[in-house]
Ligand binder design. Structure first.
Ligand code: SAM
Ligand code: SF4
Length: 330
């Protein structure tokens, strides 16, 4: 069997994002609605199934895994899962995206289990506004979690901020300043039309990366770099700081041509593209052939021709993909 994943456009898939839960202790306005129905347990992959999926991908040449959700740190025994995956041969980059609230509890266990990098989402430095944007979140707990992660030995921690016009675009510069003070990187994300959120009109809140960049450049010089973390961020450096500033711009700087990623949802659906519905049901394979990694690998290889050339997000606020981000894994 081939040990590489190549799609029909010659792109090699080297990176998989795995969603380990659809649940979350926050309800961010751009990600979830206030009342969410979560999946019954039997529809969610077990820890063993998740571990097998990760192993299958690494045996197929995938070098980077990012765990996401929902909020990965609300999944029971997440530290055990991390330790299992952290021991996979061939895995060169092992990362997690988290809201940070559980890092006080978990940071050192995750580090010991082999997790190498953390992205922590933080959209505001004002506790009240943070609470409004996340509906339930406690800013101080997140900041304490970030510091606990640093103490546990995580290097190059990266903050992620989704910028919404009229909601937090006035905090762009303070977020950069905060990242510089804390010695971490920061990426700004354009809001994506995933799921039908009732909180705001996406057409009104859309804030492009170029607008965010212009706001930052009023205060800091940004020097473009060719650095990459194998993800969709474009990075800039500042002359007087180690912190990097990144932009994730699915609307304004389409990154499909260099896309090396696929996603596995919490239900075991292999998604070939964030912005399309093309998918393959890996859970069905896992449950038809329990513990059989060769069948799983065959299904993953067979899915590659389904990877579309590009997504077609627009900024007019139409919902194009009905999945919420917590289902997809950000
Ligand atoms: N709970 C974790 C967290 O918040 O970091 C991981 C999952 S979350 C879905 C992953 C990332 O997706 C977060 O940085 C979040 O801000 C971002 N996100 C969620 N919904 C989004 C949307 N509609 N557009 C752009 N980014 C979104
Ligand atoms: Fe939870 Fe992350 Fe979605 Fe916020 S963005 S609701 S923290 S999954």
């Amino acid at each position: 069997m081939t040990d590489e994943l190549i799609d029909d456009f010659g792109r090699r898939v080297s990176y998989v994002r795995i969603s380990v839960t659809d649940r979350c202790d926050f309800r961010c306005v751009y990600c979830m609605s206030e009342e969410m129905t979560f999946l019954p347990r039997e529809q969610v992959l077990t820890l063993e199934e998740l571990g097998l999926v990760a192993r299958a991908f690494t045996e197929l040449g995938v070098e980077k895994i990012r765990l996401t959700g929902g909020e990965p740190l609300v999944r029971r025994d997440i530290d055990r899962l991390v330790a299992d995956m952290g021991a996979l041969p061939g895995l060169k980059d092992f990362a997690m995206t988290t809201n940070g609230a559980g890092l006080g509890k978990y940071a050192s266990r995750l580090r010991e289990g082999g997790l190498q990098r953390l992205n922590i989402s933080i959209d505001s430095l004002d506790p009240e506004r943070f609470r409004r944007l996340t509906r339930t979140g406690d800013l101080n707990k997140v900041i304490d979690g970030m510091r606990a992660a640093r103490e546990a030995g995580f290097e190059r921690i990266k903050l992620n901020a989704v910028i919404l016009k009229g909601r937090n675009d006035d905090e762009v510069t303070s977020l950069v300043e905060f990242a510089r003070q804390e010695g971490v990187d920061i990426s700004f994300i354009e809001e994506m039309p995933l799921g039908d959120v009732s909180d705001h009109s996406r057409a009104e809140t859309y804030c492009s990366s170029d607008e965010v960049q212009a706001l930052i450049e009023q205060h800091y010089e940004l020097i473009p770099t060719a650095e990459t973390t194998l993800g969709p961020s474009r990075y800039f450096r500042m002359p007087d700081s180690e912190s990097r500033v990144g932009f994730i711009s699915p609307h304004s700087h389409n990154f499909c041509a260099s896309c090396n990623r696929v996603r596995v949802t919490v239900e075991g659906r292999l998604l070939l593209c964030l912005g399309n519905e093309h998918s393959v049901d890996l859970r069905a394979v896992l449950r038809r052939h329990p513990g059989n990694i060769e069948e799983l690998k065959k299904a993953i290889v067979a899915a590659m021709p389904l990877k579309p050339e590009r997504h077609h997000f627009t900024t007019d606020g139409d919902v194009q993909v009905v999945r919420f981000m917590n289902m997809t894994g950000g």
